[in-house]
Design a protein around this ligand. Structure first.
Ligand code: PDD
Length: 279
């Protein structure tokens, strides 16, 4: 039975309970993190904890734990989980109080952490690539914060699933931002390109690792605004996330991307990324 951490205690998932007045439930008033774990080693843990600290500051919520405390409790979950490859989930909400939009005074945040088994993406997805659709990005203007208020992302991802696609790529005012639950990297004229990391995009840890690998291995890359027309003429389109690593998009809105096969630049970066899994 898998254990979860809830407000200072470890307990079986089935026993973990959160009151209905939790502001995470009522308002989506909270932030979260997802951290990949390979062979019981969290990948880029410090960066995830740093991003969590930034998300908490962004919603004006004190960080309930020091980095050392977070690390200790997460490593305990990792150690006790049945599987060695896992994804760690952390959620911090503003806590429990009678429903009122303004911040309640003197309450404790709700802190939840849990591990679940993580399987690599299906081999067929990597060999043939996946389909994606595009939609207008109708989310709010602080997509750099990893908040639990994900209704727009949920609706956009579901539109992709309804059409037999794996992801929905988002376009705001004619420019690519990211996927419903992933970042986007493209190859345009041989250069690995990703949209500017600003308030409209989650600063993905996988994306950061990918760009650092490109830099270290002399693969030309650029972070810049990418118009919709460039997306449609890209030689390669890839999505990145902690749970899906790097996936090639080979069909976009029903049209083949490049030659319709996973491209060589992304494949090279993906194989370099695999090397990060062994500490
Ligand atoms: N989501 N952009 C969005 C909107 C995301 O939700 C995610 C990841 C990413 C990629 O970030 P990272 O590389 O740090 O995982 C980008 C996680 C996996 C989730 O919500 O489950």
């Amino acid at each position: 039975m898998s254990q979860v951490y809830l407000n200072g205690q470890f307990m079986p998932l089935e026993e973990a309970r959160i009151p209905v007045l939790d502001r995470g439930f009522l308002f989506g008033d909270g932030v979260y993190e997802v951290i990949p774990v390979y062979q019981r080693h969290p990948l880029a843990l410090e960066r995830h904890l740093h991003r969590l600290a930034g998300s908490l500051a962004g919603i004006r919520l004190d960080n309930p734990h020091s980095e050392e405390e977070w690390t200790a409790l997460l490593l305990r979950l990792v150690k006790d989980a049945p599987d060695s490859d896992q994804s760690l989930y952390i959620q911090v909400t503003r806590g429990v109080a009678p429903r009122d939009h303004g911040f309640p005074q003197g309450i404790r945040p709700t802190v939840l952490a849990m591990a679940k088994p993580m399987a690599p993406p299906p081999a067929a997805w990597l060999a043939q690539g996946v389909s994606a659709i595009t939609r207008e990005d109708f989310r709010w203007l602080r997509c750099d914060l990893k908040t639990t208020a994900l209704l727009a992302n949920v609706l956009l991802r579901q539109q992709a699933l309804d059409e037999g696609a794996v992801e929905c790529l988002l376009i705001r005012d004619g420019f690519v931002t990211e996927g419903a639950a992933s970042n986007v990297v493209l190859v345009i004229d041989g250069v690995l390109c990703s949209p500017l990391r600003n308030h409209l995009v989650l600063p993905g840890i996988t994306l950061a690792l990918v760009l650092e690998l490109a830099q270290r291995h002399g693969i030309p890359f650029a972070e810049r605004s990418i118009g919709e027309a460039e997306l449609r003429r890209a030689e390669e389109v890839w999505i990145t996330s902690s749970t899906r690593e790097m996936l090639p998009v080979t069909i976009l809105d029903g049209v083949p991307v490049g030659n319709g096969k996973p491209g060589p630049v992304g494949q090279r970066v993906l194989s370099l990324y695999q090397g990060l899994k062994t500490p």
